[in-house]
Design a protein around this ligand. Structure first.
Ligand SMILES: NC(=O)c1ccc[n+]([C@@H]2O[C@H](COP(=O)([O-])OP(=O)(O)OC[C@H]3O[C@@H](n4cnc5c(N)ncnc54)[C@H](OP(=O)(O)O)[C@@H]3O)[C@@H](O)[C@H]2O)c1
Length: 291
């Protein structure tokens, strides 16, 4: 396989969001030209990327012509998809349009698709099954590919929903006490994706599930307590409560509890010592916990 010319930009989707934003920043730190794709280049998040040196271009997953224009001349693609803001079929349709546009560009020589841990298996979790379909499409595309399968984002534990209960001194998670889940910071996903994009020959044709460590709800509560200086107790949210607002998320936590994910965080850290695997404790210490 030919080495990607470093002079060609890496097109980064979701660049105004968590994973794409971290990937764009890691690429820029490494001196790679970045083309950040966004529906709104005038947004504050896009302006921040432009100030860091990224080229920002308008592209909408629902409009294939904008994708083709945005990928014109790009050397590689960081691809993300999302069921949030559209729907499950929308995620597949939009992701397929993005991947097809990358192939049609004729210049994209490596696609790094971010999916979810174990989403290549028949999990029955709706927003994992959509990613499974996209992974299959990617593998049949004829363009060298790498799939990253992140575990739960640490950033989930600082979002608005979590903060509501943190204000009452409670950390809620739909997992039983003592049962761990694999976690990773968006920043680490970005660092890993940039590393993969810098070494296409080493990573082409590989699917890698990503987690820095496995942690329990109690450990997350304890790390947030240290980071925020407040007393925080862990409380399990019953699956019946999750079912009340999202059958998709309920299916995911049911799977986490009944089957469990398989991600070998220890082996990953050993194979990739060049990556800073941000831990729960480091992440919680850096977070702004003013609630
Ligand atoms: N949270 C977790 O624990 C977790 C774990 C594993 C996998 N995941 C998966 O991660 C994905 C979400 O990633 P994230 O958290 O990095 O995203 P995010 O922060 O929610 O950002 C979403 C990004 O998608 C872009 N976007 C949305 N609709 C678009 C469209 N029609 N055209 C072009 N761009 C569009 C947005 O860009 P603009 O608004 O600038 O256009 C934004 O940058 C989901 O698929 C989720 O299932 C999440």
């Amino acid at each position: 396989m030919t080495q990607i010319s470093d002079a060609r930009p890496v097109a980064v989707t979701g660049a105004t969001g968590a994973q794409g934003g971290a990937t764009a920043r890691a690429l820029l730190r490494a001196g790679r030209p970045v083309r950040a794709l966004t529906r709104d280049p005038s947004s504050p998040a896009a302006a921040e990327l432009a100030a860091l040196g990224a080229e920002t271009v308008r592209a909408d997953f629902t409009d294939p012509a904008t994708l083709r224009a945005a990928l014109d001349g790009a050397g590689a693609l960081f691809a993300m998809s999302t069921p949030f803001g559209s729907d499950l079929e929308g995620e597949v349709r939009q992701g397929t349009a993005l991947l097809d546009a990358a192939r049609e560009s004729g210049t994209v020589e490596h696609i790094v698709l971010t999916s979810a841990s174990n989403a290549d298996r028949p999990t029955g979790i709706p927003h994992f099954e959509t990613k499974r379909r996209l992974e299959r499409h990617l593998k049949g595309l004829g363009v060298p590919w790498t799939v990253l399968g992140p575990g739960a984002f640490l950033e989930n534990y600082a979002n608005g929903w979590t903060r509501q209960s943190l204000r009452r001194g409670v950390f809620h998670l739909p997992m039983p006490p003592g049962v761990p889940i694999p976690v990773i910071a968006a920043r680490t996903i970005g660092d890993f994706a940039a590393h993969v994009l810098a070494h296409p020959a080493r990573y082409a044709g590989r699917r890698i599930d990503l987690a820095a460590q496995w942690v329990t709800g109690e450990q997350i509560a304890a790390a947030i307590a240290v980071g925020s200086g407040r007393e925080i107790a862990f409380e399990e949210v019953p699956l019946t409560v999750v079912e009340g607002y999202s059958e998709d998320l309920a299916a995911m936590f049911r799977y986490f509890q009944a089957t469990g994910l398989e991600v070998d965080a220890e082996a990953l850290r050993a194979e990739h010592p060049e990556i800073h695997w941000l831990t729960l404790e480091e992440w919680a210490a850096r977070e702004d916990w003013r609630l």
